[in-house]
Design a protein around this ligand. Structure first.
Ligand SMILES: Cc1cc2nc3c(=O)[nH]c(=O)nc-3n(C[C@H](O)[C@H](O)[C@H](O)COP(=O)(O)OP(=O)(O)OC[C@H]3O[C@@H](n4cnc5c(N)ncnc54)[C@H](O)[C@@H]3O)c2cc1C
Length: 273
């Protein structure tokens, strides 16, 4: 066994079983663990890892900080799978071209090995959402991932609660899980899907506003039927830090939301990537 193979055997505990390129820089990665994990809560995350000796994708730039070959590079990733999955996990990953881990993840092929965290953790826990509240989920980019887990886990069990996803992106191809979300919209009367594109071409007939503009114009409440009222609706934000910051500030200032934290109960839950 070569040194490389020995290092891989020492660190890797999972196998790639699916890879779908959504765009050149966004992919859905499916991984099977050698050993089952515990049941988790929708919205939680685990870690993926690869050794520095692994190749980088052809579609990446030079590493901004070279990783030593024997180092296991690990990063956090939200799980898109339903919460009862214990063996096979789905991730939605965006490539940071000069980053350390993602170009190596993008070079993986089905059948190759990697590290998968043993624990599934995180306080951004949508499974805890009270059954009598409506749920508004707002995402950009791969921030849609915890909401996919929530919908796959719970949409059918909460017919009494209205749920809406607002998803912002530049172009239609960047709307991860667009087909699945559109299907859920047409299947569950209590679910509403509101995608919005800031740089859409003429084929797009949907919204073209920034999420902040949609809040300001009252579009989300009017179309989804979900009230921006902390007594009735819990709001979850995930994705781009600037979007999370702007939307949080708007909800706190204009709708009386309080950010949830370990120290203070609130109706606004945030996760930044
Ligand atoms: C709870 C949680 C959940 C997450 N879930 C997801 C998810 O579902 N999907 C997903 O895609 N990501 C997710 N992330 C982000 C993920 O953990 C990684 O941070 C991301 O994939 C980048 O990893 P990387 O090793 O490729 O980049 P890194 O090497 O860690 O680089 C990341 C950052 O380093 C800096 N950097 C990179 N290049 C340069 C440069 N040339 N010069 C200066 N600075 C530079 C930038 O700030 C860059 O954003 C999550 C993060 C957290 C905390």
């Amino acid at each position: 066994m070569t040194d490389k193979e020995a290092l891989r055997e020492q660190h890797y505990n999972a196998t790639v079983v699916g890879k779908i390129m959504v765009t050149p820089n966004m992919m859905i990665l499916r991984v099977v663990a050698d050993e089952p994990r515990q049941e988790f809560s929708a919205g939680q995350y685990t870690t993926l890892g690869l050794l520095g000796l692994e190749p980088r994708s052809a579609n990446s730039d030079a590493e901004y900080k070279p990783a030593p070959p024997e180092k296991l590079i690990r990063r956090a990733y939200s799980i898109a799978s339903a919460r009862h999955e214990t063996r096979e996990f789905e991730f939605f990953v965006s490539q940071v071209k000069s980053g350390q881990l993602t170009p190596r993840l993008f070079a993986l092929e089905v059948g190759q090995r990697l590290f998968l965290g043993k624990r599934i953790v995180g306080a951004f826990n949508l499974s805890d959402a009270p059954a009598d509240k409506d749920i508004l989920m707002i995402a950009t980019g791969t921030g849609i991932t915890p909401f996919i887990s929530f919908l796959r886990s719970h949409v059918a069990q909460r017919p009494q609660s209205r749920m809406a996803v607002v998803q912002g992106a530049s172009h239609q191809r960047d709307l991860g899980y667009y087909s699945e979300l559109s299907f859920l919209r047409s299947t569950f009367p209590n679910f509403y899907y509101l995608p919005t594109l800031t740089d859409a071409d003429s084929t797009w007939s949907g919204h073209r506003m920034w999420i902040e503009e949609m809040l300001e114009a009252g579009v989300i409440e009017k179309e989804s039927g979900v009230a921006l009222d902390p007594q009735r609706t819990h709001v979850y934000l995930c994705g781009n830090p600037a979007m999370v910051e702007n939307v949080s500030a708007w909800l706190e200032e204009h709708a009386g939301y309080r950010k949830h934290s370990a120290k203070q109960e609130g109706e606004l839950f945030v996760e930044e990537f």
